[in-house]
Write a protein that binds this ligand. Structure first.
Ligand code: NAD
Length: 254
């Protein structure tokens, strides 16, 4: 599909945690669909490499910046940069996340706070920062990255990860109800095991194979499959808000 035929032509999108994995795939799809994309991550070098790759592949002008989603001032700067470069923000994908497999007896207060901070508080801060411009536009699309962990219990992560991802679902529903009158939708994606660094770093190849064999669709999901679902939610064809959408090969049927 050429850039001029994209479903998100000239929409402005911000993706957090975009230096690898799903964030990078989501940013790539958004650019292919014609959006102007800001990719941000705590890892500047890697997110700059992602922007360069996307620009070469999609003939776009993706902008990379370092943003720690737990820092309110950095989040404000990210949104300011998007507005300065592209005039506005239509789409926000709250994708940044971290996971530790720590069992509860060993979860320190500091580790608990860190996991809640990145996965849940970061989504709150970034959403709050884009809402004024979305309200002004009377249009917006916010997609929050939860997990099967948020719907049930985490396969790989500890209690803090499950709690944070369940919190993301509550944040999604609460915001969705408040901002619907402004033409803004807010939805959450709940992936099962997706083939990214996060999954591979927390699971041996043997464990991953065993998980795959247990799924009704017996393989891991791909980052691009998640990206394609997000693209649909970002279009104005999606009469969907406040939803928690599973994408897990049938691992969790609710
Ligand atoms: N991979 C899976 O199986 C899976 C399943 C369900 C949900 N998820 C969720 O999907 C999202 C993406 O996961 P992934 O597998 O691509 O992970 P990943 O670890 O490959 O990528 C996460 C990115 O977030 C960035 N990041 C971490 N802390 C940050 C911070 N404070 N500010 C900004 N960026 C930060 C990292 O640098 C990294 O680039 C996460 O929210 C994750 O919890 C992943």
């Amino acid at each position: 599909m050429g850039q001029s035929e994209g479903r998100l032509q000239d929409q402005v999108a911000v993706v957090t945690g975009a230096a690898q994995g799903m964030g990078a795939a989501i940013a790539g799809r958004l650019a292919t669909e014609g959006a102007k994309v800001v990719v941000s991550d705590i890892n500047l070098q890697k997110v700059m490499d992602v922007a360069e790759r996307i620009n070469a592949a999609a003939n776009s002008s993706t902008l990379a910046m370092r943003t720690d989603v737990t820092k309110e001032d950095e989040v404000a700067k990210m949104v300011e940069m998007a507005i300065e470069h592209y005039g506005t923000v239509h789409i926000l994908v709250n994708n940044a996340g971290i996971l530790y497999p720590t069992r509860i007896d060993n979860v320190t207060k500091a580790e608990w706070d860190e996991v809640l901070d990145v996965n849940l508080n970061g989504s709150f801060l970034c959403s709050k920062a884009v809402l004024p411009i979305m309200k002004e536009n009377k249009f917006g699309r916010i997609v929050n990255m939860s997990s099967s962990a948020g719907r049930s219990v985490s396969t790989l992560g500890g209690v803090h990860y499950t709690a944070a991802k369940a919190g993301v679902l509550g944040l999604t529903r609460g915001m969705a109800k408040e901002v619907a009158p402004f033409g803004i939708t807010v939805n959450a994606i709940c992936p099962g095991l997706i083939d990214t660094e996060m999954a591979r770093e927390n699971c041996s190849p043997e464990q991953l194979r065993a998980y795959e064999e247990s799924f009704p669709i017996p393989r891991l999901g791909t980052p691009d499959e998640v990206a394609q679902l997000i693209i649909f939610l970002a279009t104005d064809a999606a009469y969907i808000t406040g939803a928690s959408i599973d994408i897990n090969g049938g691992d969790l049927m609710m």
